[in-house]
Structure formats: structure tokens, C-alpha cells
Design a protein around this ligand. Structure first.
Ligand SMILES: [Cu+2]
Length: 150
């Protein structure tokens, strides 16, 4: 066997070994566990209402796509009257893979809380959790199990 053939074989063995290691590492990156219940939505616009502790929270998502900026709107009311001064936070977690979660604070305008978020770009299973904390009251959480497509 010539020298170049031996070198080629050593190179092939090295490439195969690297491939096996890479596959083994990928196998360890399993899906994350969902940690909150919520309606299954998407792809496409979605809306849900949660009533808790006297508060009524409506969350609307649109266009709810992976490739576009998404807009989230949250209306908080109590006894039919809008509630201002809440802290409203969105957490976006991709369930299909391990990657950093994204968190956002919604901006209030006239009793409505809203934000447009940059495209998340990754299609698949996401969990979106909105946490509404009215001043001096317990937080209300609203979750979606969201299937995003490009
Ligand atoms: Cu991802």
C-alpha cells in the first residue's frame, strides 16, 4: 500500500470518527419539556382569554409566523374596565430544540399592552408564555403551545 493510500485511509477514518461523535452529540440535544399548559395554536393568528383572580386577560398573536415580525397584544380588564400599570412580559421558548429563551417586556398604551418582536426564524414547536402582573396583585399567566411555520 503506497504512502498516499495510507494517508487517505487515515483521513477517512478521522472523518468517520468525527461524524460519529457529531451524531452522538446531536442525539443528546433532545426536545425541551413543556412547562405550562395552554391551547395549541398556529400556524397563523391566534387568540385566547384567561380569567383569574377577577382579571380578564386576552392575548392576541399575529401573523404568528416564524419568518415575519410577530405582534402580540394583551388586554387586561377587571369588571369590564381596562387595567393600566401592569407589568406584562412575554417569554418565547422553542420546545423542539435547546436554544436560549427570549424574553420581552410589552409596552402599555391606553390600557393595552403590545409589542412587535423580530422574526424568530425557526419553524417548529414553541411555547409562548405571557405573564401579567397587575399592580399589587398576583400574576396571571397565559400560555400557548404554538406551532410556527415559515
Ligand atoms: Cu430553534
Amino acid at each position: 500500500m503506497g504512502r498516499s493510500t495510507l494517508e487517505l485511509r487515515v483521513t477517512i477514518v478521522g472523518v468517520v470518527a468525527a461524524f460519529v461523535v457529531a451524531v452522538a452529540m446531536l442525539a443528546h440535544v433532545g426536545p425541551k419539556q413543556a412547562h405550562a399548559a395552554g391551547p395549541r395554536v398556529g400556524p397563523g393568528p391566534a387568540s385566547t382569554v384567561v380569567e383569574q383572580g377577577g382579571y380578564r386577560v386576552r392575548v392576541t398573536l399575529g401573523p404568528n409566523r416564524a419568518s415575519a415580525p410577530n405582534r402580540i397584544e394583551v388586554d387586561v380588564s377587571r369588571g369590564g374596565a381596562p387595567v393600566g400599570g401592569c407589568a406584562v412580559r412575554l417569554e418565547a421558548t422553542m420546545l423542539a430544540m435547546r436554544m436560549p429563551d427570549r424574553g420581552y417586556e410589552l409596552v402599555e398604551r391606553g390600557g393595552r399592552y403590545a409589542l412587535s418582536v423580530p422574526p424568530w426564524l425557526m419553524p417548529g414547536a414553541w411555547e409562548l408564555t405571557v405573564t401579567v402582573t397587575p399592580p399589587g396583585h398576583e400574576a396571571v399567566r397565559v400560555a400557548f403551545q404554538d406551532e410556527l411555520q415559515l
